[in-house]
Design a protein around this ligand. Structure first.
Ligand code: FES
Length: 105
């Protein structure tokens, strides 16, 4: 199985993740402080914005189809290429997008 490099912007952390393991499981093994809770693709706590690269995440049930293009649920996502992730960004459906909420007023 191919190994991919996963880089986290902001922290400069970089890990090697095989295409058969989840990004979160490798983060835990490497001691990287990736948030998580449910570990079944529902709570979005482990999400990260995909800045470059591709993931496979068919069980990321907490994301909309559109969000799956730009966000990874690291508990479900396996890399399909080298990746650059921003784990400080969350998808709009988590309800924390203050700018979008303000625009609706
Ligand atoms: S830990 Fe809940 S969606 Fe990943």
């Amino acid at each position: 199985m191919t190994d991919y490099t996963v880089s986290f912007v902001g922290t400069g952390e970089q890990i090697t993740v095989s295409g058969k393991e989840t990004i979160l499981s490798r983060c835990i093994e490497e001691g990287i402080a990736q948030e998580y809770s449910c570990r079944v693709g529902m709570c979005l706590a482990c999400s990260a914005e995909i800045l470059s690269g591709e993931v496979v995440q068919p069980a990321a049930r907490g994301l909309t189809e559109q969000e799956r293009e730009n966000y990874a649920l690291t508990c479900m996502a396996r890399p399909a290429s080298d990746l650059e992730l921003d784990r400080g960004e969350y998808p709009p459906s988590i309800g924390g997008d203050a700018d979008a909420a303000a625009a609706d007023d």
